[in-house]
Design a protein around this ligand. Structure first.
Ligand code: GTP
Length: 597
């Protein structure tokens, strides 16, 4: 296809504003998929995505459209994830296309992720077509949304298209706007091959599949290609396009988006953002690089049943093959046995991986409290990254600690603003900005990531009855008064329960933890102190009193069957205990204690 007849675009939106539904409608309106094959939300391939209604991996589809001018166009849509954890995936997909549809739910208006995502599109120099969705609903208010788009985002909304992705109203206008408003890609067919590696994933039948955008030159089957960043070379087995199923093609020329397979062993061998060229007569300068996405949240994953450790290893290795942003290494915990310390892009990423292990591999997991990556500056002038509170060096050799901060943007109806400000303040937030647009406020806060990874999002949802939206970006590291808090049961430290906290909040957290454990650990024949400590100093303490000798004493020696039942129950309970020093701690105690509130 010649460049003038290609349009490449993405759709940016806040979650639930109708991105996937609109994509489905565009596919359907152009007969890309036969009606009988049309499933709702075609682009959300994975089950878990469909179930949760979120798009995790960027997906792509090539649409052929005969426009009102009588010409045939090829429209390539790259679908982008809407959640903050995957902001990096959004940014790289944006570099592969020239324009965006900005979808805003006209019953809701501009939300935090609308902003975050549209700014990425603006950064990538996109032409942007605003699309106001859900006009079939009575609460739809197009003029209000148009005003917001102009005031809050600062782009012209005069060319906005009102649609209902549900009924199909306005879909033809969207297709025409893609052709008429978005620019055609540029590129030279005769130049050496220069292609962007946009994404890659593991396909059980084809091996690693690489999504590419051709900038210059032509890519053909059998070509010897070279990844400029890694230097690795491969013969290309297959190239093709997505409609949305994979379809082989003879070649991909400038401006086109498609896939290639070569004998690449694992997803980790492909670096997203890398430049692909020919091994011989390659291009000289690579495309400007990307910053790879790095894990920011770490936690331990342990099998509830320690016999399942090998199964867990297998599951984690398989998942990692397909997800280069997920990291893991083996970890041993005195309390929880063998497991893995895993790194994630954010909490959603963590949840998705944990769910998949539990569901697809049928392994029950204990997840330890999520922790961020601290920078530990030693007295000798070196710096260590701390991924696990259990590895915290002794304070006597530590000079100071730094923690990651984020810039959070929260949009909320006025009536809830007070609660949101209080929540941010409680979490050691520093207000950077507060503005109003209509009856909504936009608060921008500098917050420690550590205070956000626990349950910030849940709290925000609950204090605003679900009306707030939230987005964040990493802002670098800052020193603060941070300490490691250990939990001791019967004077033995329980490694899986230690955590990093701000000094000012240590007592409160420590007390809460001790109280919780006191309820969760069964009584023993002896008294058990449960303590929270910083270094050698105890900051909170509870005591679990001793059990009287005979567990069946309270049965008054009467009913024999009842007595037997009680003893059996006690025995069964024992099995699920972890021996800790002289104390047995039941599995549920870890699970509940680690669920922070
Ligand atoms: P993520 O994939 O989570 O980012 O969400 P999304 O933006 O893709 O939203 P999705 O297409 O899943 O739509 C969210 C909900 O809105 C679904 O229940 C849709 O059925 C509904 N919806 C989408 N478009 C319309 C519309 O035009 N009218 C009405 N009434 N509902 C719509």
């Amino acid at each position: 296809t010649d460049l003038a007849h290609i349009r490449n675009f993405s759709i940016v939106a806040h979650i639930d504003h109708g991105k996937s539904t609109l994509a489905d409608r565009l596919i359907q309106a152009t007969n890309t998929v036969a009606d009988r094959d049309m499933k709702e939300q075609l682009l959300d391939a994975m089950d878990i995505e469909r179930e949760r209604g979120i798009t995790i991996k960027a997906n792509t589809v090539r649409i052929e459209y005969e426009a009102l001018d009588g010409e045939n166009y090829v429209l390539n849509l790259i679908d982008t994830p809407g959640h903050v954890d995957f902001a990096y995936e959004v940014s790289r997909s944006m570099r592969a296309v020239e324009g965006s549809l900005l979808v805003v739910d006209s019953t809701q208006g501009v939300e935090a992720q609308t902003l975050a995502n549209v700014y990425q599109a603006i950064d990538a120099n996109h032409e942007i077509v605003p699309v106001f969705n859900k006009i079939d609903l009575p609460a739809s208010d197009i003029s209000r949304v148009a005003e917001q788009v102009e005031d809050v985002i600062g782009i012209d909304a005069s060319g906005a298209i009102a649609v209902s992705a549900k009924t199909g109203e306005g879909i033809r206008e969207v297709l025409e706007a893609i052709v008429n408003t978005l620019p055609a890609p540029k590129g030279e067919r005769d130049a050496p091959l220069k292609a962007m590696l946009v994404d890659s994933w593991y396909d059980p039948y084809l091996g690693v599949v690489v999504l590419v955008r051709i900038m210059d030159g032509v890519l053909k089957k059998g070509d010897k290609i070279k990844m400029m960043q890694t230097g690795a070379t491969y013969p290309v087995d297959r190239i093709g396009v997505f409609r949305p199923k994979m379809e082989n093609a003879g070649e991909l020329g400038p401006g086109e988006i498609g896939f290639l397979t070569a004998s690449i062993k694992q997803v980790r061998d492909t670096k997203v953002g890398d430049t692909i060229t020919h091994e011989k007569k390659g291009c000289e300068k690579p495309l400007p690089g990307f910053n790879p996405s790095i894990p920011v949240v770490f936690c331990g994953l342990f099998p509830v049943d320690s016999n399942e450790f090998e199964d867990l290893r297998d599951a984690i290795e398989k998942l990692a093959l397909n997800d280069a942003s997920f990291s893991y290494e083996m970890e041993t915990s005195a309390a929880l046995g063998f497991g893995f310390r895993c790194g994630f892009l954010g909490l959603l990423h963590l949840e998705v991986i944990r769910d998949r292990i539990e569901r697809e591999y049928d392994i029950e997991l204990i997840t330890t409290a999520p922790s961020v990556v601290y920078h530990v500056y030693m007295k000798d002038g070196t710096m260590q990254e701390l991924h696990n509170p259990a590895d915290m060096p002794d304070m006597t050799v530590v000079d100071h600690l730094e923690e990651p901060r984020i810039k959070a943007t929260i949009m909320v109806p006025d009536e809830f603003l007070g609660d949101v400000l209080k929540l941010c303040q409680d979490r050691r937030g520093i207000q950077l900005d507060l503005t109003y647009a209509g009856s909504r406020a936009m608060a921008v806060y500098d917050l420690p990531l550590n205070e956000v990874v626990f349950d910030f999002y849940d709290r925000l949802k609950s204090v605003t009855k679900g009306y707030a939206s939230f987005d964040y970006q990493m802002e670098g590291y800052r020193a603060d008064n941070l300490v490691k808090m250990s939990i001791l049961v019967n004077d033995e430290p329980v490694d899986a329960l230690s955590m990093m906290v701000h000094r000012d909040r240590a007592e409160t957290r420590g007390r809460a933890m001790c109280e919780k454990l006191k309820d969760l650990i069964p009584r023993h024949m002896f008294k058990i102190p449960i303590q929270a400590a910083i270094g050698g100093k105890v900051i909170a303490r509870e005591t679990l009193s001793a059990l009287r000798k005979d567990v069946t004493a309270k049965c008054y020696g009467g009913d024999a069957t009842r007595k037997k039942k009680l003893l059996e129950k006690q025995k069964a309970g024992k099995k699920k205990m972890r021996q800790f020093g002289k104390v047995d701690i039941p599995q549920e105690a870890f699970i509940s204690a680690l669920k922070m509130d």
